[in-house]
Write a protein that binds this ligand. Structure first.
Ligand code: MV4
Length: 386
């Protein structure tokens, strides 16, 4: 934090953009930026802090009318209180670390016999990992999709949603492919949950870009977490709405009003993003090193977001994502066709990437059908061992 603030001072920066990586959801960093007299291009540190605590986030969202799963987010954390709450909630049950998120510190409990051990081990793991043993209990959904709603709010009490993204294609809580809109979900269903998210933003005085993460199953949405940053997958929303989300973040941070209302926001066509990672496509081991050839795809409806180039050295110390290929089409079929061609045009030599995996997924019958669950990719990988 000190080094970033020193860099901001030395360079004469007026503002700090949080990005989507290290420190992007760190309320202490946001506060330090503000205390240094710089503009924080993100939400208020208090909002970041409130959403970082998953029990509190759940309480506030439920109070604002956002649907949550049956469960327990109370302060009484005595083992007997948690046990009683679990029996009231029913099984299967998810035990989650309140300070966790993104899948860290979670236990699936299938029946009462597994309960006490799960509570004890989840609490001690949460204490060790986060210095906070508090737990949250929720009914577990067995076969959900991960569908999230993008929101945007200014400091004058206006808020809008920019529709949804389907991020179900993931492995070990790492998303690999995202799309907008979510296949097979009616627009009025999205509108209804989007309106709830907008109302919640207004109620908590949220400012800037945010994402409401939901589990979606059998036509119903259930809130799980709110991300107080712009996300890796924001380009699919930019392509279907025509709105530059990062530009909007900067304008709102500069004190401008939202330049549109909900009625002005139209979704057009379909967008898909493939995350390009420097890794073995089937073993997922990192593959850092020098890129000896970098030839990105192009053409109508094709966008590449990357910092890489021929002779770029992928360092071993960081996340393995080296770029994103994002396509837009009038229909999902057209977007998928464009992605197939974009992937086949791409040449990256010198390191391994996950492009072969993406090429296989693009011709997978269940993926093409649309609407696969959060467990699909791991099952698929198990069937396609090599
Ligand atoms: C769940 C769940 C099923 N039931 N909660 C994992 C990450 C964190 N954001 C919440 N997660 C889950 N919470 C209940 N009540 C299943 C998951 C989950 C998951 C969620 C989103 C994307 C990928 C996932 C992979 C495994 C489990």
């Amino acid at each position: 934090i000190d080094k970033l603030l020193a860099a901001a001072r030395t360079s004469g920066a007026q503002a700090v953009h949080p990005g989507y990586g290290f420190l992007s959801e760190n309320a202490a960093f946001a506060q330090a930026v503000i205390d240094a007299g710089l503009v924080w291009v993100g939400p208020a540190p208090t909002a970041m802090w409130a959403m970082a605590e998953k029990s509190r986030a759940r309480q506030r969202m439920a109070a604002a009318g956002v649907p949550v799963l049956p469960g327990y987010d109370g302060d009484d954390q005595r083992p007997e209180a948690l046990r009683a709450a679990a029996l009231r909630t029913g099984f299967p049950l998810m035990v989650k670390a309140s300070a966790g998120g993104g899948g860290r510190g979670m236990r699936l409990v299938l029946d009462e016999r597994m309960l006490d051990a799960a509570i004890t081990s989840a609490a001690s793991e949460a204490q060790a990992a986060f210095g906070d043993a508090r737990l949250l209990l929720e009914r577990a959904l067995p076969n959900a999709r991960h569908v999230e709603i993008q929101v945007f709010a200014d400091r004058y009490g206006r808020a809008v949603h920019l529709g949804e993204r389907d991020c179900s294609m993931q492995r070990r809580h790492q998303k690999i492919l995202e799309e907008a809109p979510a296949p097979g979900i009616a627009r009025r269903v999205i509108e209804r949950i989007g309106e709830r998210c907008v109302a919640a933003c207004k109620k908590i005085g949220y400012r800037g870009a945010g994402t409401f993460e939901f589990l979606y199953e059998n036509g119903e949405f259930f809130f799980i977490e709110m991300n107080t940053r712009v996300q890796v997958e924001h380009p699919v929303t930019e392509l279907v709405t025509g709105i530059d989300i990062v530009q909007m973040q900067i304008r709102i941070a500069a004190g401008e009003k939202l330049p549109f209302t909900q009625r002005n926001i139209q979704m057009r066509g379909h967008a898909v993003e493939c995350r390009i990672n420097a890794e073995d496509p089937y073993k997922f081991t990192p593959s850092p090193g020098r890129i000896t050839m970098w030839h990105p795809p192009g053409g109508p409806g094709v966008r590449v977001d990357s910092h890489a180039y021929t002779n770029y050295y992928v360092p071993p110390n960081y996340d393995s994502m080296i770029g994103k290929i994002i396509v837009h089409g009038d229909t999902r079929d057209q977007a998928l066709a464009r992605m197939r061609i974009a992937l086949s045009e791409t040449v990256i030599e010198g390191i391994q990437t996950n492009i072969p995996l993406h090429r296989e997924l693009m011709v997978d019958a269940k993926f093409i059908e649309g609407g696969t669950s959060i467990h699909y990719l791991e099952g698929w990988l198990g069937q396609h061992k090599r």
